[in-house]
Design a protein around this ligand. Structure first.
Ligand code: NAD
Ligand code: DAU
Length: 335
């Protein structure tokens, strides 16, 4: 199988490419990525020389560039997105462009090239917040942020292209991923690296918001299973079953690094902050998937990875990120 992976230079996409190349010796991967601030070819250093891997520097919104990459492609797996909620609050335009329009461009390519499979990587955030119980795949979408609304818009395009044009599409909606190569703007890598730099850990509101954490390779295994064995036209929730509040996560990180809880700094809450995400994953489990990793062990391993791989995150944090982050931080603390 020859797979076009879009957004493969990001966090989950790069972990997915690594998994596919090692698990399927007969598969080829073409990675098409725009290399936004979040795209980083350092994430793929160990596989860039693999003869079954190639890279195309392009935007999924560019129909000609996408068409040029489609030669011999059997399946598309779309990870490409603007993915950070706080950035979507600061400026939604790129989110609507990539997450909605870009998805449409890929669906058109899937349609005109008759691909065998199109997998859209979506998120549990499209369902919105839930105080009790868990969302299943048939629940209605109630996104709260410009990010989740854009992802929901992409999902709607995917379902419409399946229904109207017969595009053989599947959607996965996963919970919060963590692990190696996650851009240090998301809570776990941001807090680990801030602690390593002896900086404060900016906890939003009272720290009681709950997320369901999944180790990134568990999600990638589920996506791989859905790609090969999922039913066309279906949606699959993928969650780790590890619901934790943000304060507990923060304390676990500080504990693993032997750092003082004084490092926690309460900052004003995120506007529209979803309180809790929770998804029912029985459907993907019926396909034969279950998370293989324990949360506490994987979190410790993740902390160790950032400790051992300063080369990877220090250059990110000392560049453009530092300026963006400082501005956000000042804005939050002055409001
Ligand atoms: P990421 O921000 O780390 O990576 C996104 C990648 O997409 C980057 O390599 C970037 O360069 C690329 N990209 C962005 N716009 C592009 C465009 N117009 N054309 C081509 N490439 C473009 O994101 P991630 O955390 O790896 O998330 C991957 C996907 O999974 C996203 O669709 C996201 O919505 C979804 N998701 C993420 C999580 C999570 O916890 N990280 C959870 C559920 C779903
Ligand atoms: O649920 C899946 C989603 O998880 C994905 O679709 C998104 O792409 C991904 O970014 C993630 O969204 P979240 O908003 O849940 O992740 P984030 O790491 O930004 O925040 C996790 C929680 O931590 C959230 O309740 C806000 C809080 N937080 C976050 C940051 C960055 C803080 O308290 N302080 C922070 O500095």
């Amino acid at each position: 199988m020859k797979i076009l992976v879009t957004g493969g230079a990001g966090f989950i996409g790069s972990n997915f490419i690594r998994l596919v190349l090692s698990k399927h010796p007969d598969h080829e991967v073409v990675n098409l990525d725009k290399l936004t601030y979040a795209g980083n070819l350092d994430n793929l250093r160990d596989i860039e020389a693999n003869p079954r891997y190639s890279f195309v520097h392009a935007d999924i919104c560019d129909a000609d560039a996408v068409a040029a990459a489609m030669d011999g492609i059997d399946a598309i797996v779309n990870f490409a997105a603007e993915s950070h909620v706080d950035r979507s609050i600061g400026g939604p335009a790129d989110f609507i462009q990539t997450d909605v329009f870009g998805t449409y461009v890929l669906l058109e390519a899937a349609r005109s090239h008759n691909v065998g499979r199109y997998v859209q990587i979506s998120t549990d955030e499209v369902y919105g917040s839930i105080r009790e119980g868990s969302f299943s795949e048939v629940d209605r979408l109630q996104p709260s942020s410009p990010y989740s609304a854009s992802k929901a818009g992409g999902d709607m395009q995917v379902m419409a292209y399946h229904t109207t044009f017969g595009v053989p599409a599947i959607i996965t909606r996963s919970s919060n991923n963590f692990g190696p190569y996650q851009y240090p703007e998301k809570i776990i890598p941001l807090f680990i690296t801030n602690a390593l730099e002896n900086k404060k850990l900016p906890l939003y509101g009272d720290g009681a918001n709950v997320r369901d954490w999944i180790y990134v390779t568990d999600n990638c295994e589920a996506i791989d299973l859905v790609l090969h064995q999922g039913k066309i036209g279906e949606i699959y929730n993928i969650g780790g079953g590890n619901e934790r509040d943000n304060l507990s996560i923060t304390k676990l990180i500080l504990g693993a690094l032997d750092k003082d809880e004084e490092k926690i700094q309460r900052v004003p809450d995120r506007p529209g902050h979803d309180f809790r995400y929770s998804i029912d994953c029985s459907k993907v489990k019926e396909l034969g998937w279950a998370p293989a990793r324990s949360f506490e062990d994987s979190l410790r391993e993740t902390v160790d990875w950032y400790v051992d791989n300063c080369w990877w995150w220090e250059k990110i944090k000392s560049g453009k990120f530092a300026r963006y982050y400082q501005k956000q931080y000042e804005k939050r603390n002055s409001s």
